[in-house]
Design a protein around this ligand. Structure first.
Ligand SMILES: *[C@@H]1O[C@H](CO)[C@@H](O)[C@H](O)[C@H]1NC(C)=O
Ligand SMILES: *[C@@H]1O[C@H](CO)[C@@H](O)[C@H](O)[C@H]1NC(C)=O
Length: 300
């Protein structure tokens, strides 16, 4: 019988190796638009629903984008649409949000916690897309935002407040599109995983990396095929519209152990929310490690 020991050691070392360094899909919300222009996000606005969403769900993205902010490549800001006042803790949770933002490295002049009577933290209420659009519009215009990042229609945890946000952003994009000649705002949503994948924590790191490296390998293969074919079809190498290399990559952000510990620190800032099952969450949730994004188009 073959010993399984070497296999276990191999698996463990792959896993631990994967946890060591962060990785992202490089394209940072790039896409190849219908007009063939390559669009790359420069001014990003993240929209969350409650204080602690930024730490629980979005930390890998925030941390990766911070590095790009520091390198002067992009600008990043965050709007949290409610102060989490469901249990009358709005003031406390706003203060906790500030500590969390601090831990994640978002400067104080780059985030806002909204307190709006029609956007109340409520486990059963859907928020009106028109109110969301109206609240977000000044931020988007003042900061000259080109890309918005938020929850998808499942909202990771199926919280109706989360689920309301993408429709609100779509409404805003539609409203702005009618008055502006600039390329329309782009909306990316955080992919909600099925329950099994949601709680596989560090395994998701390995899977996420396989995904990113797999995409890069496919791109190399594609380039190789183009090189070969261009022996006969010379214009393949000089396309009319330059291709963006990452135009079709799924934006993916994977934290290393350092990123994970920053996310933990941010979670700990939310003292009022740290009931025991939150600790299970931080131990097993993939969102503490991996964020995958998909572009959501705006129905016309
Ligand atoms: C990342 O993107 C830059 C600019 O598009 C490119 O030069 C670089 O080769 C890319 N890196 C990888 C690993 O794809
Ligand atoms: C939460 O929303 C539900 C349904 O929209 C409503 O009936 C309820 O009064 C709200 N709760 C609070 C505390 O506002």
């Amino acid at each position: 019988m073959v010993s399984t020991f070497p296999l276990v050691v191999l698996a463990l070392s792959l896993l631990l190796g994967a946890l060591y360094t962060p990785l992202d899909s490089n394209g940072t919300f790039a896409s190849q638009k219908a007009m063939k222009a390559a669009l790359v996000a420069k001014k990003l606005l993240m929209v969350t629903a409650h204080p602690d969403d930024e730490a629980m769900f979005f930390a890998p993205t925030i941390l990766a984008l911070n590095a790009k902010v520091a390198a002067g490549e992009i600008e990043f800001a965050l709007v949290c649409l409610s102060n989490g006042n469901a249990e009358g803790l709005g003031v406390t949770r706003t203060a906790e949000f500030k500590h969390s933002a601090d831990a994640l490295g978002i400067p104080a002049n780059k985030y806002w916690v909204v307190d709006h009577p029609e956007l109340e933290d409520n486990m059963t209420a859907y928020w009106d897309p028109n109110v969301i659009a109206q609240v977000l519009q000044p931020y988007v215009l003042d900061l000259d935002i080109d890309t918005i990042l938020t929850f998808d229609e499942t909202g990771v945890s199926s919280h109706p407040n989360h689920k309301s946000v993408p429709a609100g952003v779509q409404t805003l994009i539609k409203n702005l599109g009618e008055t502006s000649s600039k390329p329309p705002l782009r909306l990316y949503t955080l992919v909600s995983s099925s329950i099994t994948y949601k709680y596989i924590s560090i395994l998701s790191v390995t899977l996420g990396k396989v995904d990113v490296y797999g995409y890069r390998m496919m791109r190399r293969l594609e380039n190789y095929i183009i090189d070969v074919l261009s022996i006969w079809y010379t214009d393949l190498l000089n396309p009319t519209f330059p291709r963006h290399p990452d135009g079709h990559a799924m934006p993916e952000f994977i934290s290393g152990y350092e990123g994970y510990s920053k996310a933990l620190e941010a979670m700990q800032a939310h003292q009022s929310q740290l009931v025991w099952f939150r600790w299970l969450y931080v131990a097993f949730s993939k969102y503490m490690w991996v964020n995958s994004w998909v572009q959501l188009s705006v129905p016309s």
